[in-house]
Design a protein around this ligand. Structure first.
Ligand SMILES: NC(=O)c1ccc[n+]([C@@H]2O[C@H](COP(=O)([O-])OP(=O)(O)OC[C@H]3O[C@@H](n4cnc5c(N)ncnc54)[C@H](OP(=O)(O)O)[C@@H]3O)[C@@H](O)[C@H]2O)c1
Length: 351
């Protein structure tokens, strides 16, 4: 009988290789997944928005959580909500941009819980306005709340995190604004670029090249539907700035659901992943900036031409105090619902 040679498909071997690599990666991640039961997790800015959802997710995994923010009433509402879910909570109001206050907060967590396993640097502010309509005070506030808050908290918590060796975790919630300079967000971008540098440097020094220190995760979200537009500050043509930014923070395909984002951050922290990007726009813009940085800057210039013009005004207004027509738009419904769910406004103000 003549022997027949069976011809194998040329895509079979690469496909099998990719499949095996995916299985090996999943197994490797499962092996190094941190058991959060009884661990102490600090979430800065845990009073509302993504931070509150992170506190809930860590709490569901059995962690004890410590949260902070400047608004004591919002923090109290968040702590009560977490306790009703059965989460053990330490909540203390503080301005993390103030070094002494940030250090006192971290020391208070150690007194309350005796240890620190995970630090999530999530606190942040955002001001939306053309650069001409922002004052130095606003740029300074962005650096204090977005960058220095993370620096103060991390440096004070580090000796405690280092006691956990490779099981310690620092999670830095940066932003696509820390990779690509988005127009009308000068203070935000500059502070998030600084935070990106901080995050990648401590990652290199603590957890790479065989170092035995805590794992550092840099999180790069694109727009998320947290509802934080009501706590963002708007300058220049305030109602129109609110309009475009609100829309960009609400459109379902362009934005990521905040609860989903929180789950992905917790999973990445548990696995000690180095970087996680959240949402399509974070992936696309990071890729574009990596491949063609100057073209991306030019593209942002064209986007800028479509945005409201500078007004020669100074000072900003909080989204919740604006009463802009766009706030009633059906297009902003996802953000409005998220604001209600995520403690973004006092109950009597929540839309
Ligand atoms: N939402 C998005 O689309 C998006 C996209 C990319 C990245 N991010 C980043 O994700 C993080 C969370 O965003 P979010 O939308 O959830 O914002 P959010 O709802 O405005 O929450 C920010 C939290 O940080 C706290 N905070 C701000 N400055 C502080 C300070 N100096 N000291 C202590 N606490 C401070 C706020 O509380 P107080 O105001 O009471 O102090 C609040 O609890 C931020 O770092 C943000 O930049 C958000």
């Amino acid at each position: 009988m003549a022997s027949r040679k069976r011809r194998r498909s040329p895509v079979l071997f690469p496909a099998a290789g990719l499949g095996a690599a995916a299985i090996a990666r999943t197994a490797f991640r499962a092996l190094r997944r941190l058991n959060l039961h009884g661990r102490v997790v600090i979430i800065t800015g845990g009073a509302r928005g993504l931070g509150l959802l992170l506190a809930e997710e860590f709490g569901r995994c059995g962690a004890r959580v410590a949260i902070t923010g400047r608004d004591a009433e919002a923090l109290d509402r968040a702590a009560r909500r977490l306790r009703t879910l059965g989460v053990e909570v330490h909540a203390a109001a503080c301005d993390l941009g103030d070094r002494a206050a940030a250090e006192a907060f971290i020391d208070g967590v150690v007194r309350a819980f005796g240890r620190i396993d995970v630090l999530v640097n999530n606190a942040g502010v955002i001001q939306v306005a053309p650069m001409q309509d922002l004052r130095v005070e606003e740029l300074d506030e962005a650096m204090r709340s977005n960058y220095w808050s993370a620096v103060h908290a991390t440096l004070r918590a580090l000796p405690h995190l280092q006691k956990q060796g490779r099981e310690g975790r620092v999670v830095n919630i940066v932003s696509i604004g820390g990779r690509v300079a988005l127009p009308h967000l000068l203070g935000y971008n500059a502070s998030k670029f600084a935070m990106m540098g901080f995050s990648e440097t401590i990652q290199a020094e603590l957890s790479r090249g065989g170092a035995d220190g805590p794992r550092v995760t840099t999180v790069i979200p694109g727009p998320m539907r947290t509802g934080s537009i009501y706590n963002a500050e708007f300058g220049g043509d305030e109602p129109r700035e609110f309009g475009w930014f609100g829309l960009a923070s609400s459109l379902p395909i362009a934005t990521i659901d905040a609860r989903r984002a929180a789950r992905r951050v917790v999973a990445a922290a548990r696995e000690g992943r180095g970087e996680v990007k959240l949402g399509l726009s974070a992936h696309l813009l990071s890729w574009a900036h990596g491949v063609a940085p100057q073209t991306t800057v030019r593209l942002m210039g064209w986007v800028n031409a479509l945005l409201p013009k500078p007004q020669g005004t100074t000072g900003t207004t909080r989204g919740r105090d604006l009463r802009a027509p766009a706030q009633r738009s059906v297009l902003l419904r996802p953000s409005n619902e998220a604001a209600r769910r995520n403690n973004e406004a006092p109950p009597e103000q929540a839309r």
